[in-house]
Design a protein around this ligand. Structure first.
Ligand SMILES: Cc1cc2nc3c(=O)[nH]c(=O)nc-3n(C[C@H](O)[C@H](O)[C@H](O)COP(=O)(O)OP(=O)(O)OC[C@H]3O[C@@H](n4cnc5c(N)ncnc54)[C@H](O)[C@@H]3O)c2cc1C
Length: 467
């Protein structure tokens, strides 16, 4: 029997898509940079069905490309154009299996949309802190596989830090049940860490047990303006001392980001009369309540203003005000798309290295390409910048397109020289697969290849990604 008939018999004909129109939504990535073809798109509804699909693919050495919400930004969930792979979508695996309030854990299937998990926790007065702009579409399986970061890393860590257990179908179809809710377990190698951030190259994550936290009573933000990034780095330490664990986000926006928002999203209220060189969004999540959070922000930022550590400040008066401030920060990527595109860099450095990196890389790029405009924003508190290069005038867009490779090289070389990473939170996928070889040592690359060979000897799991 051929593979497709076999799979149809095993999981149901309606869940093995082969018609071009049915498969199309699964074959192009979010940014529309990559389009592939596939023998079929399969939609298993349980771990047992995933195991069935992978076992049959392994037997015939057919590639399996796992896919969740397909919001990834590096082409990791898109098959190549050989037409031989099976795309395995987890969309039908969206059950919340258990929520243990006493243990503060939730056990969910890989296809749960992130927002669904946040809502389930909130219903029990708990918090699942992973939060990112794609949370209405991305799945926890994708978040785990890219070790997603988002806006709360400063306080709660990356997806890796929120994970206690995993259930994984291995590349030969065996099910590994590592779905434990333990906070302490030193019984040898921590296998779940291999699958987190592996971008589907080692197995299919089918379920996870995740950490929950007490929900804060209020979340309040403020915007602060200053002339330099050095001042913002100093402000981070100052607010960290005052707020302690209540400090949950510290997001930076360059003047060029705010000017772009004014042009592309005029409906959004600009915080200050004149656009400052740098603006940060500070968020406190407070267990005492709104009034306490507002008071703490006013006192801390007021004192910074008084001594000239910052130039201006606006503290939200309510949750609604805070959401409006977040909207500014979260609308920057959309504004960049409206402006005709940009060359994106998702980089991380030590927080202390960021001011010098931005100053020297801006200068280096401007010296070579006088028509560019760096649009710098991101999670300064985590040392993670979206250092995106746009154009000063729209008619330079074709030049930006043509110079993309050289721009990437300059930025990534500078990141590497400063001891940073060329992919802070989006992964490697196919976009950065070849670049990484330039920056990781041959020892690191060979160790990664050895792990891949051990867990996926026939190379069927998401080939062409990461390695
Ligand atoms: C508007 C927007 C904002 C974003 N903001 C952030 C942000 O702030 N921080 C951040 O870190 N990322 C961000 N991202 C990118 C981020 O990687 C994805 O949003 C998310 O983590 C991917 O989830 P997904 O379900 O869409 O995965 P997909 O795109 O479907 O897949 C991503 C990768 O994971 C693999 N995969 C998916 N499911 C599984 C599984 N069950 N088992 C094994 N492998 C699997 C795929 O093969 C692929 O390699 C953003 C994306 C968008 C579009």
């Amino acid at each position: 029997m051929d593979l497709i008939s076999d799979l149809r018999g095993a999981i149901g004909a309606e869940r093995v898509l082969t018609a071009a129109a049915d498969c199309a939504p699964y074959l192009t990535d979010w940014r529309r940079r990559y389009t592939g073809t596939a023998r079929a798109v399969v939609l298993p509804a349980s771990t047992a069905e995933v195991a069935t699909v992978v076992t049959r693919c392994a037997r015939e050495r057919v590639a399996v490309v796992p896919q969740g919400g397909n919001t990834g930004l590096v082409g990791g969930a898109t098959p190549d154009d050989s037409g031989t792979a099976i795309v395995l979508s987890t969309r039908r695996m969206s059950r919340i299996r258990a929520l243990d309030c006493a243990n503060q854990t939730i056990t969910v299937e890989a296809g749960c949309v992130l927002q669904q998990i946040q809502d389930a926790a909130r219903d029990r007065d708990l918090l699942f802190p992973l939060s990112l702009a794609a949370e209405g579409s991305c799945t926890i399986g994708g978040n785990l596989s890219t070790n997603a970061g988002g806006t709360q890393v400063l306080r709660y860590g990356n997806t890796r830090d929120l994970t206690l257990g995993l259930e994984v179908v291995l590349a030969d179809g065996q099910v590994w049940d590592g779905l434990r809710g333990l906070r302490k377990d030193n019984t040898g190698y921590d296998l779940k860490q291999l699958f987190i951030g592996a971008e589907g190259t080692l197995g299919v994550i089918c379920a996870a047990t995740l950490r929950l936290f007490p929900a804060p009573r209020a979340t309040i933000t403020a915007l602060a303006a200053a002339a330099s990034l050095e001042q913002m780095v100093a402000l981070l330490a100052r607010v960290g001392r005052a707020g302690g664990p209540a400090l949950t986000a510290f997001e930076v926006m360059s003047a060029s980001s705010l000017r772009l928002l004014a042009a592309e999203h005029p409906e959004l209220r600009q915080p200050f009369a004149a656009v400052p060189p740098w603006t940060v969004l500070v968020e406190l999540s407070d267990h005492d309540g709104e009034a306490h959070a507002i008071d703490l922000l006013e006192r801390t930022l007021g004192a910074a203003l008084e001594v000239g550590a910052i130039d201006d400040v606006a503290v939200a008066r309510s949750g609604a005000d805070s959401r409006a401030m977040w909207q500014l920060r979260e609308s920057i990527p959309e504004a960049q798309t409206r402006a005709g595109g940009n060359v994106k860099h998702d980089v991380s450095l030590t927080v202390s290295a960021i001011p010098a990196f931005v100053a020297s890389t801006d200068a280096r790029l401007r010296a070579e390409f006088d028509w560019i405009e760096p649009i710098t924003f991101g999670h300064l508190g985590d040392g993670n910048l979206h250092y995106n290069i746009g154009v000063a005038r729209r008619d330079a867009l074709p030049r930006l397109q043509a110079e993309q490779v050289r721009i990437n090289r300059i930025v990534h070389d500078a990141v590497h020289a400063a001891g940073g990473s060329i992919s802070a939170e989006h992964g490697l996928g196919q976009l950065k697969r070849d670049d990484i070889v330039r920056y990781k040592s041959s020892l690191e690359m060979e160790t990664m290849r050895a792990i891949k060979r051990a867990l996926d000897p026939f190379g069927i799991m998401n080939p062409g990604k990461v390695l």
